[in-house]
Design a protein around this ligand. Sequence first.
Ligand SMILES: [Zn+2]
Length: 253
Amino acid sequence: MIWQRLKLWRRRRLLQRHALPDAEWSAAVAALPLLWRLSADELQRLRELATLFLHEKDVTGAVGYRLRQDVRLKIAAQACLPILNLGLEYYAGWVSVIVYPDEFVPEHEYMDESGVVHVTRDVMIGESWERGPVILSAADAERSGNVDGVNVVIHEFAHKLDMLNGRADGFPPLHAGMSSAAWSHAFSTAYEDFCARVDAAEDTAIDPYAAENPAEFFAVLSEVFFELPQVLQQVYPAVYRQLSDFYRQDPAA
Ligand SMILES: [Zn+2]
């Protein structure tokens, strides 16, 4: 048990040494309506997690861009919301969060089946690499947290959780007591229904981008779970229950 005590002591010391000034934290919470439903105890735990997150991770601006401290803090607070009841270990194995001022256009090379190399240049607002960095647009991170269902920070960090057990496929490591069959059934039924609605050009409450593939479906529905939980609960109640078990939160309550 000595290690356990040492760990707790180290954590306390880190929290004291790197404490976020009250004014900075209050301003971040005030700017993020997403956090207003949290209890005082949850907000306190989120503040501690965000403090440790900013200590453990390297949250910096891309070359030539000076990232403001208030934006760093907003990113940290939103990134830590999904792991509020899971712990920072869920973001282990990587360190970098690279932030661009706005949308960015990364160059990706890939080889097709016939061995031809292609280069893609897609405009992105966020990206998440397996065992690598999370990349975000500051403008879009700042627009997140307004409880409109869109949150690039939660989206990219949901991919990180998904990739804890290999490549992103919409199937993160489930907790003991959760059923893989129930997870797959809830998600595949909802995914099929959602793709049919998108194909029929229906005006969906959820971003049609979720129809891209099961990994994007999980990431987009995680955004909706935290931003507009009642909407998700109404449209796909079985998915809501699975996400509630996974994140160990019940934001619709
Ligand atoms: Zn994505």
